[in-house]
Design a protein around this ligand. Sequence first.
Ligand SMILES: Cc1cc2nc3c(=O)[nH]c(=O)nc-3n(C[C@H](O)[C@H](O)[C@H](O)COP(=O)(O)O)c2cc1C
Length: 176
Amino acid sequence: MEAKELLKGRRSIRKYKADSVSEDVLKSVVELASFAPSWKNTQISRYIAVTGELKDKVSATLAEHNQSIVNSAPMLIIQTDIEKRSGFERDGSFSTKKEDRWQNYDAGIAAAQFCLAAYEAGLGTVIMGIFDEDEVANVVGIPEGQKIMALIALGYPDEEPQAPKRKTVDDLLTIK
Ligand SMILES: Cc1cc2nc3c(=O)[nH]c(=O)nc-3n(C[C@H](O)[C@H](O)[C@H](O)COP(=O)(O)O)c2cc1C
């Protein structure tokens, strides 16, 4: 797949086929996501893959819109990040005025790369930010020193949504 098609063709998918995602395919997606840039190559993003009953338990904590997505997807990725790395000095102080916000920045880049790698493998994804972090953590169990960043539904698409309208380059770009 050409990069242009990859970047333009990926869509958020909210309806999935029942086919499961194999461990090999999942691992190849995570491997490609690991090539995302990160603060001093800290690579803080982690992925917990849940299916079956555990996925159902996570789904039960969600509001209706995201619940129906997670019910439809055969796999749910809980994206976590290792705390206090990105944007931090070795002594634990902040490196810049953005303080710990580079953590979120790095996780976002990793998630984007994860979704693009999944798309190239024929999979659909949607990043979900609307969920109760504490409730999901209680259900799944998150390793010490990590925090949940986002949920990502994963599976083979059962819809071909149109791209939501994009802003024009003139809206986005200022050349001085
Ligand atoms: C940080 C973030 C949070 C999002 N949260 C949700 C969500 O909770 N539920 C949902 O259906 N879509 C969610 N989305 C998907 C966006 O709605 C979607 O990316 C956007 O409409 C553009 O569509 P596209 O991904 O098909 O290009 C989220 C996307 C991002 C990046």
